[in-house]
Design a protein around this ligand. Sequence first.
Ligand code: C5P
Length: 214
Amino acid sequence: VEPGPLTGKHVLVTAGPTHEPIDPVRVIANRSSGKQGFAIAAAAAQAGARVTLIAGPVSLPTPGGVARIDVETAQQMADAVEEALPADVAILVAAVADWRVEPSSAKLKKADGPPQLSFAPNPDILAILGEHPDRPTLLVGFAAETQDVVSNAEAKLRSKKADWIVANDVSGNVMGGSHNRIHLVTKQSVEDWPEAAKEDVARHLITRIAQELE
Ligand code: C5P
């Protein structure tokens, strides 16, 4: 790896959806493609960082110079994140399922009628890191919202004890799409960034992070 602004830093990235099993063949999922998180992992590696990418189920190639750990569920993602600590920077881009169900060990049969699923909350990885004894120096969360994007991000920044929240409006074609328009919400300011390819958003974010760590 070429030396760069993040040489010597460990950057932890989560990306993609999680899958919460219902039975051996069915899952609860969401529309996250993993593109933005993978682009951020790639940009961090290009900036010289040691990068651990904890990925939910996505069909994307591993970026060069990135150590990838594949997981399926939110609980597995939380465990993998804690095992990967300490990190200088954590960027939690994954669209983690908020709830899981107690999966049936046998396939649910259609003839038995619609199942009654009962949901339990998943661990909130960002909130766990916000209070962790090995809290990363810079803790960055994402917020996918369809309304009140910035005010929801500001509330999230406080409640999860993050340093930055990258807020994006996903009411358009962002999830699975190639472009993103974000607002970088810090404790001091809100920056509205122009719409750009997810790779460019990733490079700008990594540049901002390197400046912040200086
Ligand atoms: O609360 P909400 O899901 O909107 O928060 C989004 C941010 O929190 C993202 O950075 C996401 O990766 C993170 N998150 C998490 N674990 C969860 C839920 C969200 O790390 N269980």
